[in-house]
Structures are given as structure tokens and as C-alpha cells.
Design a protein around this ligand. Structure first.
Ligand code: URA
Length: 337
């Protein structure tokens, strides 16, 4: 539970570092966070803190020791009729960050229980001999039938596996399925996905020309059906072997890491890393060149035209790296206004 809170805190820190001065939270999200904080307190009182697992995940090992902790459920609290508290947000100012407080009044009771099943070691597996399609089918079946992935789904929702061209030169790697993806069982089909599809089209490609996958195969759980949170390092470590196997099958020339979670999942955590600094840079990842860029949902929520231009420059760099021609029209996208 603590990992979830830490991962949310990291996400807020990242947003602040990228110039966000406001975190819009619905009452429902605030309640979800309060519920999480309460569970975290129960968790740390009732089980080892998980420091060793965190350190292992930080070293990017994919075999944390088995989690012996049982499912935790919040105790029955007396119904919360009304809560008054102060929400504090760090906002950038000329002389550093300053705290802004606003009074929040909530008159709802958290209606849902929230428990997360333990995440064990990733199970070792071997892809069969054969062509790409054979190996990919095997892997897809393995992931879709993985009981750990399924255990973290809300009822009726789906595990999400990568999709696209198994001979693609470009492999887009996102974070985790969202609400639309877990319904359809396809990556990037919601609003962010539609923007990604437009970006791909602007490059002169279709979705079927590229491969699209995620760090996570399930949508990280929250007590409510609304809202997303970034995955914890333990969650990412569990799914990472599945992503690596997809990369191994497709053998792309370029991997595009979409956003901070994709970068963290692929390269490992680095608290000093700032998306604003690493965006637009190349790394090596296994046999592929890795381009770091912003996540489409970040563009949807916060981006100005100049930020869209930055992402577009990254995409032109990707096109050049795979030997695609860039037309004068393409070069001029987002240049003005
Ligand atoms: N965001 C992601 O990172 N992946 C998806 O599949 C959808 C939204």
C-alpha cells in the first residue's frame, strides 16, 4: 500500500518538476487517497515495510521475494458524515516552492472496500521455438491466462496485451491500461490512444505499421472505477518480463518510451530524472534505440502548442532513425502558434 502512495507522491513531484502548479482532485479521488493512507498505516503496522523488495525493484531485478502479506481490508469505520481538512499543494514561485492551502469539505462516506492482492515473483517462462507469430501467440496466451494479472482486474475487465506489427521498426511503450483499455482489452484505445493514433498518422503510418505495448498488463487498482494511478515498482517488475519478451519478438529498431512511467519501467527508477530534461534524448535499450518523449495523456491535459511541437520533433527524430522521409509539410507541423 505504501508503494502505491509513494508512486502517487512521485507522480505529483514529477508534475511539479514539469511546471504543474495545480493538481485537480475530485472529492472521490481525495477519499480514495485518504482510504489508501489509512490502509498504508494498517499495512506498515501489520507487515514488514517491504524495504528489501523496494531496493530490489530499484535495482531492476525482476524477482522480489514472495509477498507473504495477506489481502488487507480496511476495518469497519464509523460512517463518515462530514470531513473538513486542508488540502495543500506545492506551487512553484520565484523563491522556490510555496505551499498553498485550500479548505476542503467532504460529506460523503467512502463506499468501497479497497484491497490489493499480493504480487508474487514473476514466473520464469520460455518462449517456444518458431516464427514470430508462434512465439507472440504463446506469449499472449500466457499473459491473458496469468492468474496474477487477472486477480488485479475489476470484475468484467480485461488483461491488456500489446498489439501491432510483429515486424515493426517502431515500438511505442506506454504505461498501463486505463478505463477504456481494460474494457476493450487493447492498449491505447481511449482518449490518449486516439491522440497516439493521430501522432502515428502524422508520421505517415497506421497503427498496424507499428507495435504498441505497455509496461503494465492490468490497470493499477483504485477503490473507485474512476481515476488512474501510476503503477508501483513491484507491479512494474511483475509485468516487465512480458514487455521484454514482446520487444525480443518484435526486435524494433526504435522504442518510444511514452512518459515517465515507461522510462522508469524500462530504464529503472531514478529520483533525479526529470522528464523535462530527458525528453527528446536517445538511450540504448537492449538492441534498440530508445527515444524518450511525453505521454499523450500529458499532452491532452497540459500541453501547449510548443509542447506538442517538442513531441513532434521527437517523432521526426524517430522517423529519421528508421530511415523514413520527412516532407516539408511534416517539418512545419506545430511550428507556428
Ligand atoms: N495510457 C497508457 O499508457 N497505455 C494505454 O494503453 C492507455 C493509456
Amino acid at each position: 500500500m505504501r508503494e502505491i502512495l509513494e508512486s502517487i507522491a512521485r507522480e505529483f513531484a514529477r508534475m511539479a518538476a514539469e511546471g504543474e502548479d495545480l493538481v485537480p482532485l475530485t472529492d472521490e479521488s481525495v477519499l480514495a487517497l485518504k482510504n489508501l493512507a489509512r490502509l498504508s498505516a494498517i499495512d506498515s503496522a501489520g507487515s514488514p515495510s517491504g524495504e528489501r523488495r523496494k531496493a530490489e525493484a530499484a535495482n531492476h531485478q525482476v524477482s522480489p521475494p514472495p509477498q507473504t502479506r495477506k489481502k488487507t481490508t480496511p476495518p469497519d469505520d464509523p460512517p463518515v458524515e462530514e470531513i473538513n481538512f486542508v488540502k495543500r499543494i506545492d506551487i512553484p514561485s520565484d523563491d522556490g516552492f510555496k505551499e498553498q492551502a485550500s479548505k476542503v469539505r467532504i460529506v460523503k462516506k467512502p463506499s468501497q472496500d479497497f484491497s490489493i492482492a499480493p504480487i508474487p515473483d514473476p514466473k520464469p517462462f520460455q518462449l517456444p521455438e518458431g516464427d514470430k507469430a508462434t512465439r507472440w501467440e504463446f506469449l499472449k496466451n500466457l499473459v491473458l491466462s496469468d492468474p496474477v494479472c487477472s486477480e488485479h482486474l475489476k470484475p468484467g475487465k480485461k488483461v491488456v496485451f500489446g498489439t501491432g506489427n510483429l515486424n515493426a521498426q517502431i515500438f511505442f511503450c506506454g504505461e498501463a491500461p486505463g478505463a477504456d483499455e481494460e474494457i476493450q482489452g487493447e492498449p491505447f484505445v481511449g482518449k490518449a490512444g486516439q491522440l497516439l493514433t493521430k501522432i502515428i498518422a502524422a508520421m505517415g503510418l497506421e497503427r498496424r505499421d507499428v507495435y504498441i505495448g505497455n509496461i503494465m498488463n492490468w490497470r493499477p487498482e483504485l477503490p473507485t472505477s474512476k481515476g488512474n494511478r501510476p503503477p508501483t515498482e513491484i507491479e512494474m517488475a511483475y509485468c516487465l518480463p512480458y514487455l521484454l519478451a514482446q520487444i525480443d519478438i518484435v526486435k524494433p529498431k526504435v522504442i518510444v518510451a511514452l512518459g515517465n512511467t515507461a522510462v522508469t519501467g524500462l530504464l529503472g527508477p531514478d529520483p533525479t530524472r526529470r522528464m523535462g530534461k530527458v525528453r527528446g534524448t536517445w538511450r540504448k535499450f537492449h538492441d534498440a534505440d530508445l527515444m524518450i518523449t511525453y505521454h499523450p495523456s500529458f499532452l491532452l491535459q497540459y500541453a501547449s502548442n510548443s509542447m506538442k511541437r517538442l513531441v513532434w520533433e521527437d517523432m521526426m527524430a524517430v522517423m529519421e532513425r528508421v530511415g523514413m522521409e520527412i516532407s516539408p509539410k511534416q517539418r512545419s507541423y506545430f511550428q507556428h502558434g
